[in-house]
Design a binder for this molecule. Structure first.
Ligand SMILES: [Zn+2]
Length: 421
């Protein structure tokens, strides 16, 4: 890690103190947002969250744009491609002409579908609530908004322009909102994403890339007793594919293949003519993608030599690996340094998980993607939020924004942040 660019200027401390009485408000709004079901495929629910956010941000900027995103294409259990409509995205901008442009992003969706039994927030103890999306990522939305409120009250606002993207589909890999992140990357110098920090308070650095795929196996149906020899068993062909794919684990460092779902067949007196399999790949280097695709196509080609068997591959890589550029290292070092000065000790740790920070980094924008709240057990009905992290994390993000704005006012041009060419 390179040395931090700046320490915290004392002039900004009184502005951070504006946050000290915001706990109750942040908590109440977090609970309100978490209790709206916003499973990624619950379009109405996600749009209800968007409506609430329009109200919550009305004091920050009037420049907001509600943007429909493309539907999500998936292969269903019959092997057909179907489209799920998604909620809208919300983009809010301020001072696009300012010298330093910051992108702030938080997703509105959760992994809990409309019919999930996990819908309400409850207290586990004096410091902890349990609820859907309280940590991933509704608490983070409040952290973002409160940090911006402080910036907007400070004397250094003219130095920083910003745009928020609230996206509706992060939990399914941002298929609809990825182009909006890409677009923003053309306008901004750095990104702040409000995914939860790790349960111990640390921030994520490098992240793996990820791809989601479906293989549909087509065979030929036949009577299992009378004409078994005429059938072509789609399940057997798919099992061979899964075994061969799983054997790729360990062949190249940092790459994992995870068979995740299988569905097919029917009555046992019929040779099954269709079977589908969904799997996930994680990888560390951009050129790992090509290696994986090559290996998968070799396996499929060899199985497709068999009479009457056809395997089709759908899907692709949705998240590029997040590698840390020197600018990104410096940004993380700045956050770490600020954290220590504010009494929020934190370290930077690599992770196999991915998020919109991957997309932004692959578009060349340094970013910190775990500026949200502290909690844990996310993506399960045990998800909890340490409510005492709300204000400190807002202080951390506000301090980051204010220290950049303050340095800009002192004449710092942030050459390390700005893209070449
Ligand atoms: Zn999340």
């Amino acid at each position: 890690m390179v040395e931090p660019a700046k320490t915290l200027p004392p002039e900004i401390l009184p502005w951070l103190d504006l946050l000290n009485n915001q706990h109750d408000e942040m908590l109440a709004r977090t609970i309100e947002l978490a209790e709206i079901n916003s499973g990624s495929l619950n379009r109405d629910g996600v749009n209800q969250v968007l409506e609430k956010l329009l109200k919550l941000t009305s004091g920050l900027s009037k420049d907001h744009e509600r943007i429909p995103v493309s539907p999500w294409e998936v292969v269903n259990d019959s092997g057909e491609i179907i489209q799920h409509p998604l909620g809208d995205a919300l983009r809010i901008r301020k001072r696009p002409e300012a010298p330093l442009q910051v992108f702030l992003c938080g997703h509105m969706d959760t992994v809990f579908p409309k019919d999930s039994p996990f819908q309400k927030v409850r207290w586990l103890d004096d410091d902890t609530i349990n609820g859907p999306g309280v940590t991933d990522l509704k608490g983070g939305i409040l952290v973002m908004l409160k940090a911006l409120e402080v910036l907007e009250q400070s004397p250094w606002t003219e130095q920083i322009g910003w745009e928020i993207l609230f996206n509706p589909d992060e939990e399914i890999g941002s298929p609809g909102s990825a182009p909006l992140i890409q677009e923003a990357a053309q306008r901004v110098h750095l990104g702040m994403i409000f995914e939860p920090c790790f349960a111990d308070g640390n921030l994520a650095g490098q992240r793996k890339g990820s791809g989601n795929f479906t293989v549909v196996s087509h065979g030929k149906a036949a009577h299992a007793g009378r004409e078994h020899h005429l059938g072509r068993n789609a399940i057997r062909a798919l099992c061979d594919f899964v075994s061969a794919m799983d054997d790729l684990n360990g062949q190249r460092p940092g790459i994992t293949f995870n068979p995740g779902y299988i569905h097919g067949g029917g009555p046992t007196n019929i040779v099954p003519d269709r079977c589908i399999h969904k799997f996930n790949i994680r990888l560390e280097q951009p050129d790992d993608e090509q290696w994986c695709l090559q290996k998968l196509s070799e396996i499929i080609e060899s199985i497709n030599q068999r009479d009457g068997i056809q395997l089709e591959l759908h899907g692709g890589f949705t998240r590029k690996p997040k590698l840390l550029s020197p600018a990104n290292e410096q940004l993380l070092a700045l956050a770490k340094n600020i954290g220590h000065e504010l009494g929020i000790p934190l370290d930077i740790k690599p992770t196999g998980g991915c998020c919109d920070g991957n997309n932004l980094a692959s578009a060349g924008i340094p970013n910190i993607d775990t500026l949200g709240v502290q909690g844990g057990a996310i993506h399960s009905d045990q998800e909890y939020l340490n409510v005492k992290s709300l204000v400190p994390r807002a202080r951390l993000s506000a301090a980051l924004l204010l220290s950049l704005a303050h340095a800009s006012a002192q004449g710092d041009c942030f050459e390390w942040l700005k893209r070449k060419g």
